[in-house]
Design a protein around this ligand. Structure first.
Ligand SMILES: Nc1ncnc2c1ncn2[C@@H]1O[C@H](COP(=O)(O)OP(=O)(O)OP(=O)(O)O)[C@@H](O)[C@H]1O
Ligand SMILES: [Mg+2]
Length: 257
């Protein structure tokens, strides 16, 4: 039987620190729950935190993969990925940030395409700059999840981002309002946000999901959505994350070969 190709998702924002990495990890956890084989690609090349958050020491990174592809040393995709658990692998950001700008952006399409032959879902974590690498990534992925908080600077940048996407007639994005990152910020109502951003807020993660002991998860390499109590402790937000995961996966589940 011919294997169906995986779906690609990029988590992006107009400003840093809004919860992209946390969201990418929570989605990876839910795809595992759905029995999907997941790869997280850490394209936050200068300061990626996926390996840290999963408490794994990576042997190779996106830089090694890019370097070997350019120098004809590449053999297997799996030589560059790390395993977190049976269902979740990741491709780490460069260990040395000086190698970040040595990753060839024009290879990102090949890297992502190779991953789609091996995984059901590929989740790409990024940094919030519209540089060449991110533009190419946003262009080729199946779906984009924008994350915004209720913070004026963040909202301003998201407004710009959405107007650029409208201008480019790209509508493959969904917008997540993340109230769990800054639970005390609620300057704008959903109604205000909708009219400021001139787009629909597709999902909201509530303040209930703010975790005082967030660092414990990071230090222990735990994914919140895989914790046995998560579904009951954060039932509404857990269900919202599940809805996001299913929406981004699409009804046909996977691309045809
Ligand atoms: N639900 C939450 N509860 C408590 N702290 C949170 C929550 N979500 C995110 N954080 C904290 O907020 C900070 C930013 O989150 P995260 O790293 O996911 O954002 P990011 O958008 O990936 O940031 P960057 O742009 O720097 O990569 C982190 O220190 C994280 O631990
Ligand atoms: Mg991040």
């Amino acid at each position: 039987m011919v294997r169906k190709r995986g779906k690609t998702i990029c988590v992006f924002s107009g400003k840093g620190g809004v919860g992209k990495t946390t969201t990418a990890l929570n989605l990876a956890g839910l795809y595992k729950v759905l029995n999907k084989k997941v790869l997280i690609i850490d394209l936050d090349l200068y300061s990626g935190g996926i390996a840290l958050a999963l408490n794994k020491e990576p042997h190779k990174s996106v830089f090694d993969l890019s370097f070997d592809l350019e120098n004809k040393k590449y053999k297997n995709f799996s030589d560059y990925t790390e395993t977190y658990s049976e269902y979740i692998d990741f491709l780490a950001a460069p260990k040395d940030p000086r190698n970040a700008n040595r990753v060839n952006p024009s290879l990102v399409s090949l890297i992502i395409s190779n991953a789609t032959y091996l995984y059901d879902m590929i989740i790409i974590d990024t940094h919030s700059v519209l540089d060449e690498l991110n533009l190419l990534t946003l262009d080729i992925v199946d779906k984009i999840l924008f994350v915004v908080t209720n913070d004026p600077f963040d909202i301003k940048n998201m407004k710009t981002l959405i107007s650029i996407f409208k201008e480019l007639e790209i509508d493959k994005y969904k917008l997540l309002l993340n109230n769990s990152r800054d639970p005390f910020k609620d300057y704008f109502s959903i109604y205000d946000l909708r009219s400021i951003l001139n787009t629909n807020i597709d999902y909201t993660i509530s303040q209930n999901m703010y975790l005082k002991d967030m660092e414990n998860y990071v230090m222990n390499g735990k994914i919140l959505t895989l914790e046995p109590k998560a579904a009951s402790a954060f039932s509404k937000d857990y269900n919202t994350f599940m809805t996001i995961a299913l929406d981004l996966m699409g009804s046909d589940n996977q691309n045809e070969e």
